[in-house]
Design a protein around this ligand. Structure first.
Ligand SMILES: [Zn+2]
Length: 278
């Protein structure tokens, strides 16, 4: 099945802003998407004799700190969730499209059974140059694109698919620049695992430059602690926020190698990804 699921009540949005914005001085707008929520826990770290730690908790912690850092920098910020609730992928991207956000940042945590080769932060951009993607674009048409700029502009499903493809193409380079900026800054706070390309539904649904940050490994104490301890979490959030400004001010790194999904395998994931995310 695709991502079309029974519509749930719309999520609450935390809208943070350093001040009232007028049309004349539109603020740089960032939508932050803390991954998972509610019954969708994401990756789980089982602790002996203690409660399990869940990815959804980590993504929310970092997402809120990142929001705060960006607001301090004068930007307009919205979070797709501010508490432990399920939010459809289509609602996450619809929020970003409706707000006409400048960038969309989805936050997740990695997990691996290979403790030797895991550790650190990596940023993904969408690889949409595959046949699979084209097929999934059609699935998205009735869900994710609902209410987006594409449908409003075209009014036709066929035309809107073509439009969507063009939007994805035009967003590829800025998405790379944003991802490369994030990883260049990450070096100061964590191990840099580089920029990678993969097919993520949540990135497919957005109309603006979008990235997905895997902000550490649930199976590694060092990575968990970086998020659980306020000081190191705020440092990480501050570096990501600084990277957003690097991107905004076109100070993106000149050299940045991007690995495609063919060059790495996500086989180490302990649990299969939800049907609505690849
Ligand atoms: Zn995740």
């Amino acid at each position: 099945m695709g991502i079309i699921r029974k519509h749930t009540s719309f999520f609450s949005i935390l809208l943070l802003s350093a001040g009232a914005a007028s049309a004349a001085d539109r603020k740089f707008t960032v939508v932050i998407d803390p991954g998972h929520g509610g019954p969708d826990t994401g990756a789980i770290h089982k602790q002996v004799g203690d409660v399990n730690l869940t990815e959804k908790h980590f993504t929310l912690l970092l997402g809120k700190d990142l929001a705060r850092e960006l607001v301090i920098r004068g930007h307009k910020v919205a979070l797709t969730r501010t508490d432990d609730r399920e939010v459809l992928l289509s609602d996450r991207t619809a929020l970003a499209n409706k707000m006409r956000a400048d960038v969309f940042i989805s936050i997740h945590m990695n997990s691996s059974s290979d403790t030797v080769r895991s550790g650190g932060v990596e940023t993904f951009i969408l690889n949409h140059a595959t046949d699979d993607t084209s097929k999934r674009l059609a699935d998205l048409e009735n869900a994710v694109l609902k209410g987006s700029q594409v449908n409003v502009a075209s009014g036709s499903n066929h035309v809107s698919l073509i439009m969507k493809d063009l939007i994805l193409d035009s967003n590829l380079t800025p998405s790379k620049e944003l991802a490369c900026s994030v990883q260049a800054r990450i070096k100061h706070a964590a191990t840099d695992r580089g920029v990678k390309q993969a097919l993520f539904y949540v990135l497919l649904g957005t109309d603006m430059p979008s990235i997905l940050i895997e902000s550490g490994f649930m199976n590694l104490k060092e990575d968990r602690d970086r998020i659980l301890y306020r000081q190191s979490r705020m440092t990480l959030a501050a570096e990501i926020a600084a990277a957003v400004d690097d991107y905004r001010l076109k100070r993106t790194p000149k050299k940045c190698r991007i690995r495609s999904e063919k060059q790495f395998i996500r086989k180490e994931e302990p649990t299969p990804r939800p049907k609505d995310r690849i």
